[in-house]
Each structure stands twice: as C-alpha cells, then as structure tokens.
Ligand binder design. Sequence first.
Ligand code: ATP
Length: 343
Amino acid sequence: MAPACHATKPVDSDSLMKWTCVGSGGFGCVYKARHKQWGFDVAVKLLHDDVGNVMPKDAALLQEISHMEKVSCEFVLRVYGTFEGVLPFRGISIERGIVMEFMSRGSVQTLLQDLHGHPPWPLTFRLANQVVLGMNFLHSRKIIHQDLKPSNVLLNDDLHAKLADFGLSRISTSASSCKTTVKVGGSRKYMPPEAFEVSYEPVRAFDIYSYAILLWSLLTGKEPYPLADNSLVALQIPLGQRPSYKDINQEEVEGLKELVDLMKTCWDGNPLKRPNSRECLNVTEDVYSKHRKDIHAAIKHVLTQLESNMSTHNTSGDESNKTQGRMSLNETVNASRIAQAEA
Ligand code: ATP
C-alpha cells in the first residue's frame, strides 16, 4: 500500500496508449505515451537499478516523486506522478516509473548533436539563462539538482528549456543502498572535485560547478573530455583539470566573454569561491537581454535545420527515424525498441 506521503494514484498501463521509446539513460528507457483520459502525450521514465532490475516499491522512492510533483516552475519539468503497471509490449512483470511532461524537442544534448555545434548565439544565451532560472528556483526551495548536464535539460516545441531529473540521483542511490548520495556514471564529468571525496555531502555549489561544465558544452557544442573514462575523470578533476576554452573566440559576440568569465568562476576548485545561482542569473539575464531581439530568427533557423535533418533521415528509408527524427543520439539504441513498442 502506498504511504500517506503520496496522495495521487499511480498511472497504470490501461490509461496509456501509443508507447514509443524516445531515449534511454542510466535508469532505463524513457517512453512517450498518450494518456487516454487526459488526451495529451506524457513521458514515462521507467526506473531500473544499476543491473536492470525494476525499482522496488519503497517509501523513499514514492516520497521523492511526491516532492517532485509539488515543484511547479516554468523552467523545471513537470512531474505528474508515478507509473505502475505491465507494459503491453514487455511481458508480465510490473514496471515502475515516473510520469512527466513530454518534451517534444529532446534535450540540449540531442540538440547539440543534431546541429553539430552550438546553436545560434541568441538561443545559446537563452538556454544558458533558462538553465540558471530553473536551478535558481530549485535552490530557492532548498533542492539540489545533483545531475545537471545537457541530457537533463529538455526542450519543448519552441526550444524553451526545463530541468529534468532533479532528485533522481537520490532515488538511484537509495534503491541500491549506496552510502554516497551522488550517482556515479556518465555524470562524473559534471561533478565538482569535492564530490569525489568519500564523505562528501552535496550543497548548492555542486550544481554551480555542473552548470559551468554544461555552459562549456553549450558554448562549444561539444562533450567535455570525450576521450577520458570515469576513473581518469575522477583522478584529474580534483587536480584542477577543466575543459579547454582556448577555441572560444570571446570577442566573437557581445556577452560571450562575460559567460566565459562566469564559467571560470563557477568551476573554481574551491566551492566557497563559486557564485550562487542568483549571482549567475544576474550575468546570464544581462547577456541574454542583449540578444533577445534576435531570438525569433534564431529559433526559426534552428527549427528549419532540425526539420531538414528529419526529412533527410526520413528519405533514408529507416522506419524508426520516421517516428523519431530528432533523436540522433539514441537512434541506434531506439530502432529496435521503437519497433517493439509499436508492435
Ligand atoms: P541518466 O539517466 O544517466 O541521467 P540521461 O539523462 O541521458 O542519463 P534519461 O533521463 O533517462 O537519461 O533520458 C534519456 C533521454 O530521453 C534524454 O536525453 C531525452 O532525450 C529523453 N527524455 C527524457 N525525458 C524526457 C521527457 N520528459 N520528454 C521527452 N524526452 C525525454
């Protein structure tokens, strides 16, 4: 029986139809599905532990999700509740997950890959600002995201950004009864040096550091340290290693130098020297305000480019791409799952 902290009934598989896999990450697959009664698409993130087992139904998990449901902000992804049921295409075992707002344009990670670089500057600056708006809101509610990275910044139809997955790092570790509160894995490149210490307790400066690396990705359009594995990252970051910014031409566009300066203070090895999220917001708002007038042209340009990528995929004859043209990152992983999900 669900504990009292979780007021709403879980969404079950009978309420959902037209399942399509739209991505996969550390917890397993993320599906798009149409809620029959609500009449709109939702995203369902199934929760699996490190070895692929379905998350047990425990109070901590339900409580964490009920916290997420209460967070309401334009720049933070909406969580509608939990999912519990048997997936129509996956057999007989009960799956658990989170039902969230569906974001049709994927993530900043897929955007950077689809564009083969950073977006036009006005959009880059708006995204840099909206991530801080979301982070600042969470911090004002005493919530530390703990997993800020391009794949956790999701994009709606108009390429507005919302932060996803806050609190999920705590869920993942509570389920595997691991002592540390930090999730290991692909996110290490976004973890501050102090988080590699065994007795580390996350504070807001954790997110500020992650934001710096995310900002670097946004400004360069690249993945940080592409050749380094997790153990090398864990070794080098505490020694002061950071992504190189020598290829960023800081004079190229007004405001770029200010963002590079912000990035450098945010990734300071000493967490006490990093600015807080409100101070970051002062900078990102100011930079974006200088380019706001050009945002519509930038969005139009990017949407045209994404549509043209999609039609190129479509003419290649791959049926999976017809469903998920934007998902270049996950295409290979998805192809078989989409077919399976739609069967
Ligand atoms: P990790 O689980 O290690 O944090 P991740 O963030 O890449 O990695 P997921 O959060 O499972 O993994 O998401 C995988 C992909 O699924 C995202 O990059 C995004 O493209 C897609 N996705 C996730 N949530 C949604 C959503 N609400 N709406 C649309 N697409 C989503």
